[in-house]
Ligand binder design. Structure first.
Ligand code: BES
Ligand code: ZN
Ligand code: ZN
Length: 513
């Protein structure tokens, strides 16, 4: 899909569908909607007067073959109350409008830049527009042969971005380029997460990392293979991998831009399929467990975005380590057993009570590896617990951490990126559930009343060597089962990439203040 800037008057736009917007409660359609209203002899206003459309957030009104305009369909998208409008809504509006245009079988679309120069800075508004258009039109259709023609028919080929004649084109171009860079990375991450589990094995995550590293001279990879992991004592990762025919990898990406403002380590859970191991899941729980590498996908996506942003001359100047523990969790005669005790890279020992609580095991070694670089901040992304889904559903990630400064950055990044996160306490009251009678730790609580998502966070905390750290449990939002938000399709959402990038930007900003 091509994005082209145009300064054509909206009454002259010939695209199949034309998108303008309306704030809730506006007495008169103004701006582009006002121009469309005038050109159509008050048609827009008539629909508002009839209460068919009130401009509520993401509500749409479609006028077909509107006399006075040259477009086939005029799409008016509601932006909600002007005083509540944000960049996040601008992105959602763009996503919703392209979905609407696709339903209308439009091939070409023209849209104004929601909020540009009014509520939002033009660059930010343009970035949100590009992100919304690209993220909102994603489909994982690679394996559909039968409906291919139908799906192709629903593809928007080009989008004309309408800039008002007084608008600064450079700021729009800059924003669109940034939005395209970030969205490209997210779309690729979604593809990797959506691929079936036989297509994406641990080795493929390693190859994906190497491919991303090729996009930038500033990114280097180190891949620890099985022999190296054995030699260096990454026994927790090896233990989880032992039931699989696929070899595990510890993948290290390192981004070092010029004049970095501090350093961050991003750690991702990369379980390419979680059968549960000997504590095997039921068939229904096993469905979607190809996405148990979504945390790794998030880390890959952030690195691809770092590379893409650098290539358009908008780098984020911070040093970033990405560490992905990649393995399958399978069963065989060699599989990890309940009652086993493993000695992690950190030296701490873990008694295995449940082989399905494998994410925390592999992350223990990945976190230890990351601490070796002494990063200023650490952030892990993991589809760690079903309990996080039960607590917060699929809209929110659960976040836990040991450092209020970093937690505040994560919360601000969440609000600004629109990737919702809610903090759970790493309560010392529950620390006792980690205690094992025979090892330093046990991998699940023995008490049925123990909180699952928090237990996961407390467990990981044991391996961060007291460095500032936030754990992001993305078990819910990484995988969407219904339409919650037009920016996320069903299936892999790529959740965490926007959040993580915003965290990096805010940390750069903080270092400059
Ligand atoms: N990968 C799962 C967590 C998960 C569940 C992610 C559902 C996405 C959707 C994790 O490895 C797991 O199996 N966790 C167990 C932990 C339990 C055995 C303590 C869980 O949450 O049920
Ligand atoms: Zn599991
Ligand atoms: Zn898992």
């Amino acid at each position: 899909m091509e994005l082209i800037i145009t300064q054509t008057d909206i009454t002259q736009i010939k695209a199949d569908a034309l998108v303008v917007n309306l704030f809730e409660g506006a007495a008169e359609p103004t701006g582009a909607a006002g121009a469309a209203n005038t050109a159509t002899n008050g048609l827009v206003k008539t629909h508002i007067a009839n209460h068919e459309f009130e401009g509520k957030p993401l509500d749409t009104l479609v006028l077909h073959s509107p006399a006075g305009l040259k477009t086939k369909h005029l799409i008016i998208i509601g932006l909600g109350k002007a005083e509540e409008f944000t960049a996040v809504i601008a992105r959602q509006a763009a996503a919703k409008s392209i979905q609407k245009a696709r339903e209308l079988k439009a091939k070409t679309l023209a849209t104004i830049v929601h909020g540009a120069g009014e509520q939002l800075d033009s660059t930010l508004a343009s970035q949100m527009l590009a992100e919304g258009l690209l993220l909102g039109s994603y489909q994982f259709s690679r394996y559909k042969t039968k409906d291919k023609a139908k799906l192709d028919k629903q593809t928007i080929e080009s989008v004309a971005i309408i800039a008002s004649p007084i608008e600064n084109l450079t700021s729009i171009e800059t924003g669109l380029a940034k939005g395209e860079a970030i969205a490209t990375a997210i779309l690729n991450a979604r593809d990797i997460i959506n691929e079936p589990p036989s297509k994406i094995r641990p080795i493929h995550l390693a190859r994906a990392a190497e491919e991303i590293a090729r996009l930038s001279k500033q990114i280097k990879t180190t891949i620890l293979d099985e022999a190296t992991l054995k030699k260096e004592g990454y026994a927790a990762l090896l233990a989880v991998a032992s039931g699989s025919d696929e070899k595990p990898y510890l993948i290290h990406l390192h981004y070092r831009p010029a004049n970095p403002k501090g350093s961050v380590a991003l750690i991702g859970k990369g379980v390419t399929f979680d059968s549960g191991g000997l504590g095997i899941k039921g068939w229904n729980e096993m469905l979607s467990m190809k996405a148990d590498m979504a945390g790794g996908g998030t880390v890959l996506g952030i690195f691809q975005a770092l590379a893409e942003l650098e290539s358009i001359g908008q780098p984020i100047p911070i040093e970033v380590h990405g560490v992905i523990a990649a393995t399958e969790n399978m069963i065989s005669g060699k599989a990890l057993r309940p009652d086993d005790i493993i000695e992690t890279k950190s030296g701490k020992t873990i008694e295995i009570l449940h082989t399905d609580a494998e994410g925390r095991l592999i992350l223990s070694d990945a976190l230890t590896y990351a601490t070796h670089f002494r990063p200023d901040y650490m952030l892990d992304f993991a589809t760690l617990t079903g309990a996080a889904i039960r607590a917060l559903g699929r809209a929110y990630a659960a976040v836990m951490g040991n450092n209020p400064t970093l937690m505040n950055v994560v919360k601000q990044a969440s609000a600004e990126s629109g990737e919702l996160a809610w903090e759970l306490p790493l309560a010392k009251e529950y620390q006792k559930y980690l205690e094992s009678p025979v090892a330093d730790l046990q991998n699940i609580a023995s008490n049925d009343n123990a909180p699952g998502a928090i237990f996961g966070g407390l467990f990981l905390q044991e391996f961060v060597a007291e460095r500032p750290w936030v754990h992001v449990d993305i078990a819910g939002p990484a995988w969407q089962t219904e339409e919650m938000n037009p920016v996320y399709p069903k299936g892999a959402s790529g959740f965490g990439i926007l959040l993580g990038l915003r965290v990096l930007e805010l940390l750069v900003q903080k270092a400059k203040d």
